[in-house]
Design a protein around this ligand. Sequence first.
Ligand SMILES: NC(=O)c1ccc[n+]([C@@H]2O[C@H](COP(=O)([O-])OP(=O)(O)OC[C@H]3O[C@@H](n4cnc5c(N)ncnc54)[C@H](O)[C@@H]3O)[C@@H](O)[C@H]2O)c1
Length: 416
Amino acid sequence: MDQVNLAIVGCGGMGRRHLTGLAELAESDFACVTLRAVCDLNVQNAEDLADEAAGLLGQRPRVFLSVAEMARETEDLDGADVTVDTGVHHRVATECLDLGLHVQCEKPLALTIRGCKQVLTAAERAGRVLSVAENYRRDPMNRLVKALLDDGAIGTPRLMVETGIGGGNRIVITPWRHQKRSGTIVLDAGVHNADILQYYLGTVREAYGEAKIFEKVRYRGGTSGPGGFYEKWAATMPEQVEATGEDTLFAYLKFTSGATGQWLDSHAGHGQSRSERALWGSVGSLVAPGDRNGRPVRLFREGRELSGEAVLGYAPSYRLEPAAAALFGGERVAGYTFPFPVTDRKLLALEYYEFAQCIRGERVPEVSGEVALRDVALVYAIIESGVAGRAVTLEEIVDSQVDAYQRELDEALGLV
Ligand SMILES: NC(=O)c1ccc[n+]([C@@H]2O[C@H](COP(=O)([O-])OP(=O)(O)OC[C@H]3O[C@@H](n4cnc5c(N)ncnc54)[C@H](O)[C@@H]3O)[C@@H](O)[C@H]2O)c1
C-alpha cells in the first residue's frame, strides 16, 4: 500500500496521544503512514515527541518550530495532523492548507463559526483534503447504536437525552479549557456530544438553551489527564485559574427529523456525577454505553431488555469497516474490554487510516469541514440562544446572523 508522509503539528497531550495512534496503525496490516516531522512553538514539546516517536516507530521525525519551514524542508510531505490547542486551529490549519498540505484537524474545527469557514475556504482554495478528527463516533459501540437506529430497532426516534454532569471546580485537563479566548470546555468537550447527537439523529434545526459559568475559579486537581498523557506537564499546572469560559450547557433541541433532544453538559457538577445517553422511539428505547468504554448497548422493546450480542439481530446493517474490524476483533462486535489508552489509540489509528485513504483519493472524509462546522454550530446555537433570550436555528448560526457571543472572539482573531 502507498505510504503517505505526515507531520504532527502540536506536540502537547493530544499530539502524544495521536502518536500512539500512529504506532497502533504501524503495527497493523493497514500500516500506511510515515511520520516525517513534528512541529511545535515549544521546542521541548517537539523534541520530546520526536524522541517518543523514535521509540514507538523506530524512526525519529525531524523537528520544526514553524509550519512554513517544515513544509519547505520536508521532502514529499503530504499532510499535517493539526493537534494544536483549539484557539489557534483556524490559523494553523489555514497555514498548512495554504502551503499545499492536506489537513487532519482535531475537533473543534475552530474557535468560532467564522474560524471554521476560514479553514473550509482555505481547503477549497488549495484543493486539499480537510478531515476533522472526531473520534467518538468511530467507537464501535456508536457505530452499533447508529445501525440500530437506522434499522428501526426502536421505531421512529422521538427523544434523545444526552447528559454529562461532573467535574466540580477542578481544572479540566489544561487551564486554556476554561478561557473564552482559547476554547472553553463546553465547546472543546461539548463538540463531541454535538457530533454524536447529529450523527445519531441527523441535523438539529433549532435550539433553545443557555450556557453558564458556575465555577469562577478552578483549582488544580488531577494533573495527568486522559490516559495519563499530561503528567509530564504537571509541574507547570497552576494552583488555580480564573475561568472566563462557560462550564455548563442546558439545551432543548429540535431535529430536522422531528425528534426532540435534551442535552445537559456540566463540568461544574458537585456531588453525584451522572452520564446518560438514551433514546426513545415509536416501538422501543435504547441506552448507549457512552464513548470508549466498550460496554454493551441495551435495547428495550416488546416488554424485554436485550443487551450485548442479543441486540445484533436488530442491527442487520451493522458492519465495521475492515480496519476497525481488525483492530476491535470482528465486523459485528457487541462490546470490548480494552483499557482506555488501548481503545483510544485504536480509534486514533482509524482516523489516520481514513485520512491516508482520503489523501490517496480513495474516499472522502467522514467528518468533513462541513460536518464539523455544524457540530460547532450546535454548541454555539445553545450559547447564542442564551444571549439572545430566544430559540435560534442552526442556519442562523451557520450564516453568522446570530453571533453576539462570538463577535468578541472574531474581532480578537481578526475574522470580522
Ligand atoms: N479528540 C479527543 O478526544 C481530544 C482529546 C484531547 C484534546 N483534543 C484536542 O486536541 C487539541 C490539542 O489539545 P491538547 O490537550 O493536546 O492541548 P495542549 O495544550 O496539551 O497542547 C497544544 C500544543 O500545541 C502547541 N502549539 C500552540 N500553538 C502552536 C502553533 N501555532 N504552532 C505549533 N504548535 C503550537 C503548544 O505549544 C502545545 O504543545 C485541542 O483542539 C483539543 O480539543 C481532542
